[in-house]
Design a protein around this ligand. Structure first.
Ligand SMILES: Cc1ncc(COP(=O)(O)O)c(C=O)c1O
Length: 482
């Protein structure tokens, strides 16, 4: 198996092409990097030499029969999938294709509430009827975990015509609860299982990583290779499991949604990332694990800093959630860390999330610098904020199962208006409010606005949360249906 994964057919084809010193009389306009704005030439040039197009020997993502086909076959082999695809537009595109290919207008679809916005966009395009399933929250840390099996059971009883379930595994914070039991329950009820595994591209069934939901029988799985593997941004994978009979529709949507000029550097990096993962030795995996454990231990020793210790085994070791003592928010810690050149994945009201790399024996990462930067950041915060602040708490109470008040079709036909927060209570929200990162909708377009939601929104704004939404939240306005 390790041998096979030394192969990198697409990368090799590109390297061979570059070595020919080819003259490009075709797109793209940079002509293999020879024509480029001087200012950026030095940085871009190497990569532009493989930023090719579908010329002889380089295959075609939309009709693969050569190097891309071989590379995708190796990918399927590593994850034990029936078929695997390279995605050049992120898991966003994978989620759209997976959901549009499986859900039709009016279909009832169970959706883990802490889903990425691309899941909601796909459901909107499909005009499906989502039923949102409450996500468990770690009360002490405020982080999203999985969903309870009993919640899925209740939903399947309440909605016996459910067509599909869309799960997010693991959560942004790396928690992967109950996935096996949920997949099995869904299949017993003839429900198709679609998994957004954006944060789990390294789950190939080897310790110390979690298993992929593919291994538990999920029908379709989307992974952002660029999130946890050494792959270029936007590079992702979509896998189809062996039990799926017909994936024609998903493939059709991939053709519609992906560019007809997919990026060869991104695809080559996907080929290399698969090879990197497939050639990890047991020693590499142990090395990755022990360096992370040592790093966490050092962080925990910093006065005022705590590292989330998961009670369960189902968490991803590459995700490290750090909390500073009660006086400060995660956003404050994140900004302080940036002063020392340390950029984290996300901050929320309580925590800062770090995403760590998979290392091979002998490779190093800047763990020492992060530890010393963390110490400096804590001292800085304590100096600046002499007064203890009260950290806002999220008092949200989401019901176990929630429906939208309007169908996606009705939403399209209704007028909207912008109103101040205090006038919005009991109205139906006409925009989705997404704290970013992590990109999980807090208020779903089509839901009723409650007093509590407005109060929590106010707290999030005050604590520095950034949002993707069209309204002027800073001015305390929100868009509602008339
Ligand atoms: C759970 C989840 N799904 C999907 C996505 C979208 O992934 P991509 O950036 O690869 O399009 C993200 C991005 O943050 C995510 O967190």
């Amino acid at each position: 198996m390790k041998h096979i994964h030394k192969q990198t057919p697409l990368y090799d084809a590109l390297e061979a092409y570059r070595n020919e010193n080819p003259i490009s009389c075709h797109v793209p306009g940079h002509k293999n990097g020879t024509v480029f704005q001087e200012k950026g030439k030095l940085i871009f040039q190497q990569l532009l030499q493989i930023d090719a197009t579908e010329v002889e020997g380089l295959d075609d993502l939309h009709a693969p029969e050569g190097a891309i086909l071989e590379a995708q076959q190796l990918l399927a082999q590593l994850y034990n999938a029936q078929k695997s695809y390279f995605l050049v537009n992120g898991s966003t595109c994978g989620n759209l294709a997976m959901i549009l290919g499986n859900c039709r207008e009016g279909d009832i679809v169970l959706v883990q509430r802490n889903c990425h916005k691309s899941v909601l966009h796909a459901l909107t395009l499909a005009k499906a009827t989502p039923i949102f399933l409450r996500t468990n929250i770690n009360e002490e840390w405020g982080t999203a975990e999985g969903i309870s099996v009993s919640t899925v059971q209740k939903a399947l009883q309440a909605y016996p015509k459910t067509k599909a379930i869309i799960l997010t595994y693991p959560s942004y914070y790396g928690i992967g609860d109950n996935i096996e039991a949920i997949i099995s329950l869904a299949h017993k009820n003839h429900v198709t299982v679609l998994v957004d595994e954006a944060h789990g591209a390294h789950f190939i069934g080897r310790e110390p990583f979690l298993k992929s939901s593919l291994a538990y029988g999920a029908d379709y799985v989307v992974q952002s290779a660029h999130k946890t593997l050494p792959a270029m941004t936007m590079g992702s994978y979509l896998h189809v499991n062996h039990a799926v009979n017909n994936y024609r529709h998903v493939e059709m949507y991939l053709q519609m949604l992906q560019s007809s000029s997919p990026s060869y550097p991104i695809m080559a990096s996907l080929d290399l990332a698969r090879s990197y993962l497939g050639t990890l030795t047991d020693e590499d995996l142990l090395y990755t694990k022990t360096t992370i454990e040592e790093f966490k231990r050092e962080l925990n020793e910093i006065s005022g800093i705590r590292v989330l210790q998961h009670k369960k085994n189902s968490y991803d070791i590459l995700k490290v959630t750090v909390q500073i003592d009660d006086a400060y928010t995660g956003h404050q810690l994140q900004s302080a860390l940036q002063r020392y050149g340390i950029y984290s994945e996300l901050a929320d009201m309580k925590n800062v999330l770090l995403v760590l790399p998979i290392l091979k024996v002998g490779q190093t990462f800047s763990y020492d610098r992060i530890v010393s930067g963390m110490k400096d950041a804590v001292s800085l915060l304590k100096k600046i904020n002499k007064e203890k602040q009260v950290r806002p708490t999220m008092l949200d109470e989401v019901e176990e199962l929630t429906e939208l008040e309007l169908s996606f079709e009705e939403m399209l036909n209704r007028e909207t208006k912008s109103v101040p927060f205090f006038q919005a209570i009991d109205c139906i929200i006409a925009e989705t409010i997404v704290p970013y990162p992590p990109g999980i909708p807090y208020m779903m377009k089509g839901e009723k606005i409650t007093k509590k939601k407005i109060a929590n929104l106010e707290q999030m704004i005050q604590s520095g949360t950034k949002f993707h939404s069209s309204s002027c939240l800073d001015e305390r306005n929100i868009i509602v249906y008339v």
